[in-house]
Design a protein around this ligand. Sequence first.
Ligand SMILES: O=C(O)CCC(=O)C(=O)O
Length: 260
Amino acid sequence: MSDFFDGATSSKWQASFQRDGFLYIPGFLSGSEVGAAINRLDTLILDKVPSMPPEQAFYEDRDDPSTLKQIQSLYDHHTYFYDMMFGSRFEALAALLLNDRVVGRNMQYFNKPPRIGQPTPPHQDGYYFMLEPNEAVTMWLGLETVDEENGCVRYVRGSHRKGMRSHGRTGVLGFSQGMTDYGRPEDHAQEVFFRTSPGDLLVHHALTIHRADGNRSTSRTRRALGFIYYAKRAQEDTVAKMTYQQKLADELRAAADIKG
Ligand SMILES: O=C(O)CCC(=O)C(=O)O
């Protein structure tokens, strides 16, 4: 049992996650905790992001810093984020839901800038993770109010029990692989979405089909943090993964060079 959560709450969360392949926890962080995270992020964005290599910071338009959409491996950039990722409530929740010790693998910043924030294509994270068994969770922490207008997250309930679907290139930076056969009647019938407040947490299994809307708002951003944890029992195909990541990094560098 976790030091962070009581027994009844833990059992309820585990049952819900196993049944649906996702879990919604309102108010996982308090208002002041969210405020502190936003302050740290804003400082990082000002001080460090401008000099990050192309594979660490993604923009909708690389020539316009206000269109920042993603930062990778936040824990490498400040101990504040390291402490959020490791030995934290987030890590304890991942261990509870995966019923194993866990390995923290990525902590990301996600934004969808107003008007131009692209939809997140339907995908299963396990396609990128390359694990056997495909046992991992992704957590998504809302930093501001999110709804249908600025890009809420959508899940296909129960899809984590139905295996990996076919994926191919999307052309969307940060989500380069998406499902090629999304849109079967059962996908639509089982899709649910979440309007979230700052501090609300969504967690999904590596095989859960999910996507997010684009940001149609003219003035609201859509800022969130993502946490990825693998179950200790999950083995990575390290060669396939390194080859894939190297290819992506080369493509990003080539695109940055072309733009000068
Ligand atoms: O922030 C989003 O749009 C979705 C994030 C997501 O799909 C993921 O982390 O796997």
